[in-house]
Design a protein around this ligand. Structure first.
Ligand code: CA
Length: 266
């Protein structure tokens, strides 16, 4: 354990079972968190602290076990280490993102290195956020809370009301969009694609994920037409079109920042 990691109360009592209930759980059903970590001390420390915060933690010590557990009984959130035995964390994320029953579970990636390549690889594989080791438990708890807030109920990608990201605002009831305050006319498919991207800020969505999200009665979409729709959305959003980034070989990502290079891409 690193010196930056706070004292670990779980270590003093490693023989006692991890508590799975707490006197002050968050409102509603306790959220189930799957911790995927092969370092036993770290897994126990996270499990102990999550249980104390009112969550129901489960630990998987390797990547394959994590996939099994997540598929058997999808948790509300996954804390996923990058370096794992049997199957690496990136592969776990990729598999979970491909399956409809696990595709929308928020994933918080734990990485040992702070290099940007790792972050991007993690986000591209479908992680929603990441924390660099060594981390403080407080930070991990705050990130989990934020991810759970962003995912009101499992399997529902579109929240009610409206959503705003950067210069773009979408009214989900009126099906209207504005870009920097100007009204934008989108087709239904374009609207659904845009809302899917806005609903998972920073996360890279693969073309197949986007297809799954926009698929509706009478809507036929192929991976190549996704590119055409995105190009059209970018044009219509004008300057804000740069908020949608192409992640080569993976898919698309939308954030509040404007990437100038994306605006000229056809
Ligand atoms: Ca590890």
């Amino acid at each position: 354990m690193n010196s930056q990691t706070p004292p670990n109360p779980a270590r003093a009592s490693t023989a006692t079972p991890i508590p799975t209930t707490h006197t002050t759980p968050p409102a509603g059903e306790p959220k189930r968190i799957l911790i995927v970590e092969d370092e036993r001390d770290l897994a126990e420390m996270l499990s102990y602290n999550l249980a104390r915060a009112g969550y129901l933690p489960t630990v998987a010590a390797d990547g394959q076990r994590a996939v099994q557990l997540a598929q058997q009984s999808p948790p509300d959130c996954i804390v996923l280490d990058l370096m794992l035995p049997v199957m690496p964390g990136l592969e776990v994320a990729r598999i979970l993102r491909e399956s409809p029953s696990t595709t929308s579970i928020p994933i918080l990636m734990l990485t040992a290195r702070a290099e940007e390549a790792d972050e991007l690889a993690g986000l591209a594989a479908g992680a929603d956020d990441y924390v660099t080791k060594p981390f403080s438990v407080k930070v991990v708890l705050a990130r989990i809370e934020a991810l759970l807030r962003r995912t009101p109920s499992r399997g529902q990608s579109a929240p009610a009301g409206s959503v705003t990201l950067g210069l773009v605002h979408a009214d989900l009831e009126q099906h209207t969009v504005t870009s920097a305050g100007d009204s934008v006319k989108l087709t239904l498919t374009e609207f659904n694609l845009l809302v899917a991207l806005m609903g998972s800020p920073r996360r890279v969505l693969s073309r197949n994920e986007l297809i799954a999200k926009v698929m509706g009665p009478g809507v036929v979409v192929t991976t190549r037409t996704i590119d055409v729709h995105i190009a059209s959305i970018r044009r219509k959003l004008n300057h804000a079109g740069g908020q949608i980034r192409t992640i080569r070989g993976v898919g698309y990502q939308m954030s509040a920042e404007i990437h100038a290079e994306e605006q000229t891409e056809a």
